[in-house]
Design a protein around this ligand. Structure first.
Ligand code: GLA
Length: 720
């Protein structure tokens, strides 16, 4: 709900359990007042006592007061010496700006964000128009809130209302300013095989910047920034989240300023960025999702999970039962033929798996990673009879068929590169940095996206395919687009991701019966932007039963369990060489969209029985993964155990999966509290043959099993 107090020009944006308050101060600036728990409708109070005093135009030091003013979109070069939200360069090189309120409107529904992922449904939208005092520039600030969501979606639009062109040198999506700095900063950093590792550090003065310059949201730093009160725990205390619905090079910054307030902002990365706006043109920034929790980090995560599932991810698939797949990548790598695939397919059908996914190597002349990307036609030498033969084998076994693509890439040794070397991103005279023997196609060029759409469509039209895994295995280097003029080269990264979104939109809408899974060298593009198109994303190439628990824990900080594609793979694990029990790999994978990544035909009878049992058990809890609430019970980064729990919204059903990560001498008894249950209900725990009240399970807890290192357990819990 959005309320407006006309007299004080005060806006109150109310979500499910938070309020965001701001007003137009007497000097005409949109000033931040409150972001946090529900407050009263106290217009007079807020404008008189609730915030830093507004700059007073009569004051001799008026222009210097901006350094103290909590801004909703910070300007540059006029008394505010903190980081600006936008930098707009005019033809004469001038950058000074000062944005004042002009008007606003409140509309039902979501704002239009063309060509980019965004909040699809719900709530009301406030649009505030600001105008620069010194140039013909307008800023539109869009705020979307819904009564049933704890997330505020924001973005900005910058319009050149004059005749001469301007150049945006920074164009962030949002700015907000918390009134004190008693926070720790949380980020999800990582690398290949260790994505989204939570790290919490004290917030100090100066600016903290989380960003990616890789063309993807990256393994290294997820587009999420958390501000946690110093006493914030999993279940108690306040926290804030700032997440971008964006998949390209981004930046999120928070600046603890001279008056101990924290300015948070972010959007498209401004390093090596520019965007030319001719007279009348506008630049629409990606949306950011701001979240407040008064129930610890756990509530923040659950609010983000609900927000993404209910309002962002493709509604046709978000809560639809996911295919339980077997993928041949770790089973065969590039070395496969019909016989090898048939062996996996025949076995899969017997073990309760419903989809076979053919990974890298089925196309062009691709027998290793040096050739073929870009040539999206089947390698009949390898697959005699083409894809049809494999698909027929799947059908005969009652399985569906899925296929891997890496649409954004090209190998030098490919027909596509030979025909169109200029389509690869490159800078004449600069040696090409090859990574995994491949180059990035220039998706800022429409003809490139059109071509990839045409060749992929042909494969998808001609074959009975129900699942696509869309991969992306390298970063952008030699940033330069042959199709952009010199003064627009800084537009490449954003235009590239717009091209990716364009292709994703065209493919998902042209083939609505196909389920798309995202992937980027494991989890290098695990973000809300990709989730808009692809309801699940391959979480990491690291499927080790120990490491995966940590990766999934970190990912769950701001993404739902249903978004995480999680597979059981063979041991010793291909990434870490570690051996963990089959059951443990299954228990960890069962906390997301479940599947297998191994050669089923090589499993022994006992393991095959385990697969059967795991798939059967998974069908019982799949609904919880899709729409339940996740509670993180024991932190694998700080404890010797890992334990998470999924609870249905009506609290009638729950599922716990845990693992012993490290054995210690003199093992002691340990209890775990089952936080999410209804204290008033009585539950049966299947594996323990035990009945107990929700109150006891929540307030007292259950003894953890005394098991050896890497062993695991699951508890299926049902109200009786
Ligand atoms: C990436 C993916 C893997 C697999 C390979 C194929 O690494 O993350 O799952 O698809 O590419 O080349």
């Amino acid at each position: 709900m959005i309320t407006y107090c006309k007299e004080k020009r005060l806006f109150r944006l109310s979500g499910k359990s938070f309020d965001y308050v701001m007003y137009v101060n007497d000097a005409g600036f949109l000033q931040f007042l409150h972001f946090g728990g529900r407050v009263g409708n106290d217009c007079d109070f807020f404008t008189a006592y609730g915030s830093t005093l507004a700059p007073n135009p009569q004051d001799r030091n008026f222009d210097m007061a901006f350094n103290e003013m909590p801004s909703e979109y910070a300007f540059f070069g006029h008394g505010d010496f903190r980081e600006p939200t936008a930098l707009i360069e005019r033809e004469d090189g001038g950058l000074v700006s000062r944005f004042r309120y002009v008007s606003h409107k409140i509309t039902a529904g979501v704002p239009v964000v063309p060509d980019m992922p965004h909040v699809r449904i719900g709530g009301d939208t406030l649009t505030v128009v600001l105008k620069d005092d010194f140039s013909d520039t307008e800023i539109l600030l869009n705020y979307n809130v819904a009564d049933d969501s704890d997330v505020l979606a924001r973005n900005a639009e910058i319009i050149n209302t004059g005749k001469s062109p301007v150049t945006l040198k920074r164009a962030f999506s949002f700015c907000t300013e918390l009134p004190d700095d008693k926070f720790n900063v949380m980020r999800l950093h990582g690398t290949w095989g260790a994505e989204r590792t939570p790290e919490v550090t004290p917030l100090g003065h100066g600016a903290v910047r989380l960003h990616s310059l890789r063309g993807t949201s990256s393994h290294q730093m997820n587009p999420f920034l958390g501000l946690l009160r110093r006493d914030c725990t999993e279940e108690l205390g306040e926290s804030y989240g700032f997440q971008l619905i964006y998949s390209g090079s981004y930046a999120l910054t928070c600046e603890d300023g001279p008056f101990d307030t924290v300015r948070v902002q972010g959007g498209v990365n401004d390093t090596a960025f520019c965007w030319r706006l001719a007279g009348g043109e506008r630049f629409v920034t990606p949306q950011a999702a701001l979240c407040y929790s008064d129930g610890g980090l756990g509530k923040l995560s659950r609010s983000y999970a609900d927000f993404l599932r209910d309002r962002v991810i493709n509604p046709a698939y978000v809560k639809k039962r996911r295919p339980v797949v077997v993928n041949n990548w770790e089973a065969t790598y590039f070395d496969f033929n019909n016989e090898k695939l048939f062996a996996i397919i025949d076995e899969a059908a017997k073990l309760g798996i419903d989809t076979f996914v053919l990974d890298d190597g089925w196309f062009g002349k691709r027998d290793d990673d040096t050739t073929g990307l870009g040539d999206w036609f089947v390698n009949e030498k390898k697959l005699e009879g083409g894809l049809k033969t494999v698909i027929d084998r799947c059908k005969k076994n009652g399985l569906k068929f899925g296929l891997w693509f890496e649409p954004e890439m090209v190998c030098k040794d490919s027909d596509l590169y030979r025909a169109h070397p200029e389509w690869a991103i490159h800078k004449e005279g600069v040696p090409l940095a090859e990574s995994r023997n491949q180059l990035v196609l220039d998706f800022s060029r429409k003809e490139v996206v059109d071509h990839v759409f045409a060749v992929m469509s042909k494969v998808l039209e001609e074959n009975d395919i129900s699942y696509v895994k869309w991969d992306m295995n390298r970063n952008i280097t030699e940033n330069y687009s042959a199709s952009l003029p010199a003064d627009r080269q800084g537009e490449l990264h954003h235009r590239y991701i717009l091209g990716v979104y364009d292709l994703a939109e065209r493919l998902t809408s042209s083939f609505p019966h196909i389920f798309f899974e995202g992937c980027a060298s494991g989890g290098a593009r695990f973000d809300a932007g990709m989730l808009y198109y692809f309801p699940q994303i391959w979480t990491s190439d690291n499927t080790d039963g120990y490491e995966r628990a940590k990766i999934q824990w970190g990912t769950s900080i701001c993404y739902p369990a249903s978004a995480m594609s999680c597979h059981v793979s063979a041991c010793p694990n291909h990434q870490t060489r570690r051996t963990t029990p089959f059951a443990t790999r299954g228990a960890v994978a069962s906390l997301g969209a479940f599947g297998y990544e191994l050669d089923l035909s090589k499993l022994g009878a006992e393991e095959k029985e385990l697969v059967k049992g795991q798939t059967e058990a998974y069908y019982k809890t799949a609904e919880l993964v899709l729409s339940g609430d996740l509670y993180r019970l024991i932190n694998p980064f700080t404890e010797d155990y890992f334990c998470e729990m999924l609870v249905s919204k009506d609290k009638k059903q729950a599922y716990v999966a845990g693992e012993r990560l490290r054995s210690v001498p003199l093992d002691k008894n340990r209890l775990v509290r089952l936080v999410g249950l209804d204290e008033g209900k009585t539950y049966r725990i299947e594996e323990l043959g035990l009945t107990a009240s929700g109150a006891t399970l929540v307030r007292h807890g259950l003894l953890l099993p005394r098991i050896a290192e890497y062993e695991s357990w699951t508890w299926h819990i049902q109200e009786i």
